[in-house]
Design a protein around this ligand. Sequence first.
Ligand SMILES: Nc1ncnc2c1ncn2[C@@H]1O[C@H](COP(=O)(O)OP(=O)(O)OP(=O)(O)O)[C@@H](O)[C@H]1O
Length: 308
Amino acid sequence: MIEVSGLTKRYGEKVAVHGLSFHVSPGIVTGFLGPNGAGKSTTMRMMLDLDHPTTGRVRIDGKRYAELREPLKYVGALLDAKALHGGRSAYHHLLCLAQSNGIPASRVGEVLDVVGLTAVANKRSKNFSLGMGQRLGIAAALLGDPEILMFDEPVNGLDPEGIHWIRNLMKSLAAQGRTVFVSSHLMSEMALTADHLVVIGQGRLLADTSMAEFIRTNSRSYVRLRSPQQEQLLDVLHRAGITAVTAGHGALEVDGVGAEELGELAARHQIVLHELSPQQASLEEAFMQLTAESVEYHAHAQPTEWRT
Ligand SMILES: Nc1ncnc2c1ncn2[C@@H]1O[C@H](COP(=O)(O)OP(=O)(O)OP(=O)(O)O)[C@@H](O)[C@H]1O
């Protein structure tokens, strides 16, 4: 179990993390979400004692990271996949880590196999693609067979097969009872991976909830209807106390009433329907709405005077 309490990090005037408290439980994948610059990496660095909090603290099974003996056997982390000694081969990179943490050399071959890098084990990592670097970083995280795993944006640079692989890897690590904490700025990716979510914006906690609860409270479900007799349909809905809003392309949208009930109501009044479809607004939209006010870096349409 990881416990974060009252964590704050200032860089001069800039408050990167602001009074953050949450805990990360074993046996599930916990997603750590927030827009760019929200403070995810800073928080993870403080969890691993790579940065000192201005105030607050992090405890891993009651201890500071720096107090753990042979920490790779306790916590495996992928923070910056490029933080490698590029001149070393993948095998030697992992062997050095293993030797300094009392891990048998035989484990190196095992983790290379798990991440699919056996064929390039003797190649220098500076020639690795971004995706191969991510896989090597994941191999290093797995080296000590740790109970706690932390991944900062692990799918960056991975191709669809790689993304699928890491998703399943994280789920299987959690199913083995391990604590899995993974950051991302992509809600759509987390929706497929995480059981629990910690969402931050501008360093502050915005949500700490199960994925099921997040979906229930944040993604709007509604029914879309289209009818050649739209005026009559609106009348019937109105008389039944149902509010419909007009959407584009002659469609109506109704919240809070099931498609079956709407279909039966239309049938009773002999109204022809060309569409009766339950819709779910995407979690991506819900996440963007939740974090909208705390997005630090907004892209803007190119001003007209820039155009030639
Ligand atoms: N060493 C530093 N000195 C000054 N400011 C910093 C430093 N490190 C981070 N920051 C600032 O703190 C804020 C949080 O940054 P952080 O990298 O933790 O965000 P993030 O959520 O990981 O973002 P991303 O998704 O883009 O990786 C940003 O505004 C960043 O500019």
